[in-house]
Design a protein. Structure first.
Lengths: 574, 328
């Protein structure tokens, strides 16, 4: 056994030192990444975590020199040390040089957040995978095609011989991300950079993609730089964690330290906000218990909403008590958004009734009423939308946005309107002095507050909030959730809170309905459904949620729910 | 796909009938007819035609029949014999007049189209990729200049320069000796020698607008994530530009084929008249002014048919190049 050589002191695969990436602006220079240093070892996973605007994406792009114009690396070094002893400083290479192009896709590959728009819509998936193979591995067309098929098989795409000739839009979201991964892994890179690769996916799909990356990492021994804002994901996959805030590293260390002995205040806040979602909100704990014997304010009975052959809602029944927060949870395509819109009577339901109990005790069926009665009901049922950017008209001032319902319904005008708007803005925690400004001057959280102010303008009794906090960073999310609960206490509102995030539901809701393919499969108390659900689908959904604790990394308990096939009469069960 | 094409082709039949009828009515709508115009022309040169001659002329041309009968006769001739009627003014079958001019029109149109695309598309891409560079500003200035200069003015200026400075024979597409000569190699060369001037004039204005369109299309596509993906794969900038964003930015141009074909006939009238080009546009104008109804009617019918065929072709091409249209 004399051929064992002493191990040379291994340099890390990638070493970033004092990286500064700048964007020249008209008014000066914006430093998106400021004096950042970290390193990644072969076979390890580094998670870069931070909220929007923290510079984590720019960091990833700096490594490959693909920062969007006019951004550029101002100083620092990015040393790539390959196994054959060669080192190259990527920061010194020209973004269009042959040398950096040889690194891209071959030594370092990247996958992106939005799997749909990150693939070309007019080229087949196979075309886009073979391209990298032909470029870096000098394969012939036939070899590249055979290799691409084997790659697609590796990422578990069914029927890869046919899937290779399909287009991205013929794939589902999860399959697209698998195809992206196949493309990135085509040339067996030493480092995979994944920029929020699971953010646009459902939790169950996310869990599968994370498993896939982990499995491939084990097989090939590549390093992974994983960018995310989700601390749960970090806890599940990271070896090391880099916490970023406003372009600066706040904390850098092993995952165990970050979660169980965080040093930095910002890290503590991030971890704290995730742990907060593991339990009920304090406001709710302080409340008197809900009166379960009260007459429901809204009762949905056997509601169906079909779009052609698609049954978006299929015989749904659920009720809402006064002052209650009812959560609706489900994956994309489960019909939860349709549910919210149907209650607002934005559609004409196919079948069923929605009985709304008015303040005077009279009952109207929202599914049937028209004209003035519908208009009156809509004043008392309001909606808060998901996208704080798209749901506010950019050409209206905040005062106009909030005051519009009052004006349209002829309730207030002139000075009175102005006072009402100011009061509403104070109620949602905004400075009324900013009421003449336009929405673009506000941050995401502030805009969502504007949306909420608009919703409560007409003293509604029910608010339907459709993924109202999904687009917000965790630190802002709680402020908005707490605001909603504060308003609930002040105004006696009942909420229908639609979300895909069990944590938010657990924090916020009294009862939860779980939706799956247009049906409500389970309704019950939030504590019960979120912790010990009865229905196998809910159990599967919960099992897929990444636990925000690196000590709890058991992937084996995760499973995907498959609908039991309907049993024909007498043919089974012998 | 085949079903779609058949359906579209079948729909073309009633559309053609409707348009040809409307065109026929519109041409007849102004007071008087070809004979009136004819008499007026002769009167201008002090020739007087008496009522009897006029009446016999009318009878010969079938102008006395009710309009519907005239239309039916005309359509019947087209459907059964491919006979578009006789041009009153030229005293020749319409089809003979049209086809000769159409061939030259086609040559001119395709030549200027190719010139336009060859100049505009690369410049548009360059302008987008190097947005706000000196080159972009220069091309932007050029394209706004090209957009704002009327093409007939450009035609006059270029004709002046070519004739006075270079002693070129300008106007028309042939030299005198070839004008009525049968087709030969020498005539082809002569055609090419005359073609460049109208091609430049026609290309300048359309190049200008095309540069702007291409630049805007590219600017829409360049920041898309799939471009970054391609870049992260290690493709060279040129290859990734031509393969990904340009491919998609070109799609709108395929739609323009729909109005390119009818433009063969009715487009660039002014330039054709200024340059005295033997293309279809001046003949159409003349036939309308003279109320030469079979000639004008045939042109309108042709324009309509070309519009329909053009949009069919562009729809089919779009479906071929864009899988999102083909497969969804």
């Amino acid at each position: 056994m004399s051929d064992i050589l002493p191990m040379p002191a291994r340099k890390p695969l990638l070493e970033v030192r004092n990286l500064v990436t700048e964007f020249p602006l008209r008014t000066g220079v914006f430093r998106a990444v400021n004096d950042l240093s970290f390193s990644i070892e072969t076979g390890k996973t580094l998670c870069v975590v931070g909220e929007s605007g923290s510079g984590k994406s720019v960091t990833a792009r700096s490594i490959l020199q693909i920062v969007d114009a006019p951004g550029r690396i101002a100083s620092g070094s990015i040393m790539l040390n390959t196994a054959d002893g060669l080192s190259v400083d990527l920061a010194k290479l020209h973004p269009r040089s042959r040398a950096i192009r040889a690194v891209r896709g071959r030594d370092i590959a990247m996958i992106f957040q939005e799997p749909m728009s990150s693939l070309s819509p007019v080229h087949t998936v196979g075309d886009q995978i073979t391209e990298a193979l032909r470029l870096h591995m000098r394969m012939t067309k036939a070899e590249a095609r055979a290799e691409a098929i084997s790659l697609l098989r590796q990422v578990e795409i069914p029927d890869p011989e046919r899937a290779i000739d399909r287009y991205a839009f013929q794939y589902s979201g999860g399959m697209r991300q698998r195809a992206m991964i196949a493309m990135a892994l085509a040339c067996k890179p030493k480092l995979l950079i994944a920029d929020e690769p699971t953010t646009a996916l459902d939790v169950t799909t996310q869990a599968e993609i994370l498993d896939l990356i982990a499995r491939l990492q084990k097989q090939t021994g590549m390093a992974v730089l994983f960018i995310t804002h989700d601390m749960g994901v970090v806890a599940q996959i990271a070896d090391d964690v880099l916490v970023m805030h406003h372009g600066v590293a706040r904390e850098y260390g092993p995952v165990e330290q970050i979660f169980h002995a965080p040093q930095d205040d910002y890290t503590k806040m991030l971890i704290g906000s995730v742990l907060k979602l593991e339990q009920k909100a304090e406001i709710r704990l302080a409340r008197a218990p809900l009166d379960r014997t009260a007459q429901p304010i809204l009762e949905v009975r056997n509601l169906s909403q079909h779009f052609g052959s698609l049954k978006a809602l299929d015989d749904v029944s659920i009720s809402l008590l006064p002052g209650e927060t009812l959560g609706i949870v489900g994956e994309s395509g489960s019909g939860k958004t349709t549910m919210g819109r149907a209650i607002m009577r934005l559609y004409d339901p196919t079948a069923g009734e929605m009985l709304y109990r008015k303040a005077d005790g009279g009952i109207v069926d929202l599914a049937k009423i028209e004209g003035a009665a519908l208009k009156e009901a809509r004043r008392e049922l309001r909606m808060v939308f998901q996208d704080p950017f798209g749901s506010l008209n950019p050409r209206m001032t905040v005062a106009q946005v909030i005051g519009e319902p009052l004006l349209v319904n002829g309730i207030a005008r002139g000075k009175e309107l102005d006072e009402r708007v100011s009061h509403l803005m104070e109620q949602v925690g905004l400075d009324p002095g900013g009421r003449e400004r336009y929405p673009h001057a506000f941050s995401g959280g502030q805009r969502q507050r504007i949306g909420i102010a608009r919703a409560i303008t007409l003293n509604p009794r029910i608010i339907v909030a459709d993924e109202a906090t999904s687009a917000l960073d965790v630190s802002v999310r709680f402020q908005v959730l707490d605001l909603l609960m504060k308003l609930q206490d002040e105004l006696g509102l009942a909420y229908i809170f639609i979300s895909h995030d069990i944590g938010v539901i657990r924090y916020m809701c009294d009862r939860v309905g779980v939706m799956y393919r247009g049906k409500i499969v389970e309704v019950g108390d939030a504590d019960k459904v979120c912790n010990a659900p009865d229905h196998p689908y809910t159990q599967a959904l919960l099992s897929a949620i990444p636990r925000p604790d690196p000590r709890d990394r058991d992937r084996s308990r995760r499973f995907r729910y498959t609908e039991p096939t309907p049993v024909r009469n007498g043919s089974s069960a012998r | 796909m085949l079903k779609f094409i058949t359906k579209r082709l079948l729909w073309m039949i009633p559309s053609l009938f409707a348009v040809s009828f409307l065109a026929f009515v519109l041409i007849q709508l102004p007071p008087g007819d070809y004979v009136t115009t004819y008499i007026a022309t002769l009167a201008a040169s002090n020739e007087i035609i008496d009522q009897n001659t006029a009446a016999s002329l009318r009878e010969r041309f079938g102008l006395g029949d009710p309009m519907l009968v005239q239309y039916a006769k005309w359509m019947w001739g087209i459907i059964t014999r491919g006979d578009f009627g006789i041009s009153f003014e030229w005293q020749q079958p319409v089809s003979g007049l049209i086809w000769e001019r159409m061939a030259l029109t086609l040559v001119l149109a395709i030549a200027s189209l190719l010139a336009t695309w060859a100049i505009a598309l690369p410049i548009g891409v360059y302008s987008a990729v190097r947005k706000y560079s000196i080159g972009d500003y220069a091309f932007t200035a050029f394209s706004f200049f090209g957009l704002s200069v009327p093409s007939f003015l450009l035609a006059l200026v270029l004709m002046y320069i070519a004739a006075v400075e270079f002693g070129q024979d300008v106007g028309g597409l042939f030299s005198h000796e070839f004008e009525n000569a049968p087709w030969s190699l020498a005539k082809m060369v002569d055609l090419l020698a005359h073609l460049w001037l109208p091609v430049i004039i026609l290309a300048v204005s359309s190049t200008a607008s095309l540069i702007r369109v291409m630049r805007a299309n590219m600017l829409d596509e360049l920041p898309k994530p799939y471009v970054t993906t391609a870049r992260a794969k290690g493709l060279s900038e040129f290859r990734l530009l031509t393969k990904y964003p340009m491919r998609i930015a070109l799609n709108p141009f395929i739609s323009t084929i729909a109005w390119l074909l009818p433009n063969l006939i009715s487009g660039s009238v002014v330039v054709a008249i200024v340059l005295n080009l033997p293309t279809a546009a001046p003949l159409l104008l003349q036939s309308l002014m003279a109320q030469d109804m079979y000639l004008a009617g045939a042109f309108v019918l042709l324009i309509c048919a070309l519009t329909l065929i053009g949009s069919l072709i562009s729809d089919i091409l779009l479906a071929l190049v864009d899988p999102r249209i083909r497969l969804e």
